[in-house]
Design a protein around this ligand. Structure first.
Ligand code: C5P
Length: 203
């Protein structure tokens, strides 16, 4: 039986942590769909054509650690406005979503475009300042030298591009449950998400 959890929201709101925790708690496969766009963006930074890069993507071989830089994030959000790139990645994401045993996908348009029929939809968000603070800490931990002002500017620029684009803009699905993590510890946010999914599994 397939069971899909769609998790959307802006950068550094806690989607990734919640997605991984749900996947582990309910024994579901997990796909961080941002990595697909990051992999295409990284190829474009070294001169590739975006559609060619999207077509030659192998999701099983994506190495997350090499795709975490702010430059790659920005490049990802630029290729993410291209219709042919999104269509190419859509097929791949849909087949992952409906795999037997169930799946958690996190991104920007999972509940609205990729899996409108998902059994659970969450929209995880937080204020831009809180998200920039978290992203700054993450980047610092992996040794990136960057100012807090620059991180906030990057977060705001990416938000604007993701919400303002014509195709698959980042918006909560009408039937998504919104979790605002601005004032929540990550354990509290995870606990809230687990309760929501548990209820849906009992239906
Ligand atoms: O989630 P992450 O920050 O890794 O995503 C990088 C970029 O990829 C986002 O800013 C967004 O532009 C794009 N993206 C998207 N749709 C998704 C996932 C990511 O457009 N489902």
């Amino acid at each position: 039986m397939s069971f899909t959890i769609a998790i959307d929201g802006p950068a550094a709101a806690g989607k990734g942590t919640i997605s991984k925790a749900l996947a582990s708690h309910f024994s579901l496969a997990h796909l961080d769909t941002g990595l697909l766009y990051r992999a295409v963006g990284a190829q474009v930074l070294v001169g590739a054509n975006p559609l060619v890069a999207a077509k030659s993507l192998h999701p099983e071989t994506l190495e997350a650690s090499t795709l975490r830089s702010p430059e790659v994030a920005l490049a990802a959000s630029k290729v993410a406005v291209l219709a042919d790139v999104r269509n190419e990645l859509l097929v791949l994401q849909r087949s992952f979503a409906r795999r037997p045993g169930g799946a958690v996908l996190d991104g920007r348009d999972i509940g609205t475009v990729i899996c409108p029929e998902a059994e659970v939809k969450l929209f995880v968000t937080a204020s831009a300042v809180v998200r920039a603070g978290r992203r700054y800490e993450e980047l610092r931990r992996i040794g990136t030298v960057i100012s807090t002002e620059q991180v906030l500017a990057d977060v705001l620029a990416r938000d604007a591009r993701d919400t303002g684009r014509a195709i698959a803009p980042m918006v909560p699905a009408e039937d998504a449950v919104v979790i605002d993590t601005s004032d929540l510890a990550i354990e509290e946010a995870v606990a809230e998400a687990i309760v929501i999914v548990q209820k849906a599994r009992e239906l």
